[in-house]
Ligand binder design. Sequence first.
Ligand SMILES: Cc1ncc(C[n+]2csc(CCOP(=O)(O)OP(=O)(O)O)c2C)c(N)n1
Length: 194
Amino acid sequence: MKRAKCIEAIYSELQDKLVVTIMGACAQELYDLGHCENFFYLEHAMGLASSIGLGLALNLPHERVVVMDGDGSVLMNLGTLTTLARYHPPNLTHIIFDNGSLLSTGGFASHTTAGITDLAAIARGAGIKNVALVSTPFDFIEATADAFERNELSVIVAKVEAVGPDHYGMDLKLPENAFRFERYIKEHSKIRTE
Ligand SMILES: Cc1ncc(C[n+]2csc(CCOP(=O)(O)OP(=O)(O)O)c2C)c(N)n1
């Protein structure tokens, strides 16, 4: 299963949600489908996409928040799963694309390679109740549809191939993306809560 195909499969479902991605390949694959003002690509701060998603979900309970993470990033901030479990915002879906690799910086093997570390088991052990481990496009689509519908924190660990885009580059620098994302939230939240 390829991450780009997974993102493409749920792209239309992302239009009305706040989406936070990690940097690199994942961000590029979403961006290449067409940037939307409700997308924020977190650069530099590896491991903290889920923390930003948690903050958004807790503070904007009327919004649905989707985090697109990577195994390397989650491993860098494993405590995030315990914090998610403790505060368990019902409006947050945390998708971890597990390619067993630090793909965006050269493809070094991560601890999930060859089944060493099981992130779904760690998420369950952290106290997250709704955890899905998927490795086919059908199961991915089903798991995301379920997560987007239910009113409960969901973690989806999607096993994907260690392949990414053949190019990198966005016509959107981090500060501009951040300002526009903030403006989108302000304007959109006003409409939602009116
Ligand atoms: C604290 C920190 N260390 C290292 C990096 C460099 N870096 C950027 S992306 C990345 C790999 C991310 O791996 P993963 O989350 O598995 O996503 P993938 O690239 O495989 O899609 C690394 C090591 C960084 N940005 N910040």
